[in-house]
Design a protein around this ligand. Structure first.
Ligand SMILES: C[S@@+](CC[C@H](N)C(=O)[O-])C[C@H]1O[C@@H](n2cnc3c(N)ncnc32)[C@H](O)[C@@H]1O
Length: 181
């Protein structure tokens, strides 16, 4: 998919992908993959990349994030995975649709390279607590300091809106410490 073989970072549910565009331009020595289920958002990202002079190290896939992590990405193939503001499915009866659940975390542990990170952010306190439970319960991960955006360009579109509204953002980073594969 990429013109050079170099470490891959994946943004699951990347939306319009403005953060991916920023990263792909700033870090050409890494490959950036956006995963998004809405076609319009994937097309928008693919249109914008060449206009910004990004070629070769940014791709977008229209696919379900859970499916991609479980079935598409080879074991130990991803250097970092970013999951920013995943749909919180706030109603209890809809929690089963949340992306971050124990089977997903187990699949992510297979997919990440040893030492690779999962970066998480959400404005939803209840979902954040569930994310922590899921990752803390998986022995392949250890919690480390999160990377906090220093400028608005380092935020996703949703984060910029939430910050403007004054909503608190919860953030965590988990590093893969060992592989059971
Ligand atoms: C709340 S938005 C956040 C977008 C972006 N991460 C941001 O922070 O600006 C969630 C995004 O995830 C996408 N999405 C939701 N569930 C998905 C799934 N199962 N697979 C792929 N994309 C998904 C939605 O279409 C939407 O673009």
């Amino acid at each position: 998919m990429f013109s050079k073989s170099q470490p891959i970072e994946v943004d699951l549910g990347c939306g319009d992908g403005s953060l991916l565009l920023h990263w792909a331009k700033r870090f050409p020595e890494r490959n950036w993959l956006g995963v998004e289920r809405l076609k319009g958002r994937v097309l928008k990202l693919e249109r914008k990349a060449p206009r910004l002079g990004i070629a070769g190290n940014l791709r977008a896939l229209r696919i379900e994030s859970g499916y991609a992590v479980e079935w598409l990405f080879p074991p130990a193939s991803i250097a970092a995975c970013h999951i920013y503001f995943p749909d919180p499915w706030p109603k209890k009866r809809h929690h089963k649709h949340r992306l971050i659940q124990p089977p997903f975390v187990a699949a992510l542990a297979r997919t990440l390279e040893p030492g690779g990170s999962a970066h998480l952010a959400t404005d939803h306190a209840d979902y954040f607590a569930e994310m922590l439970l899921c990752f803390n319960a998986n022995a392949n991960f250890e919690r480390v300091e999160p990377v906090v955006p220093a400028t608005p360009e380092e935020m996703t579109d949703f984060e910029r809106d939430f910050v403007t509204e004054g909503r608190p953002i919860s953030r965590a980073r988990f590093r893969k410490v060992k592989s059971k594969e």
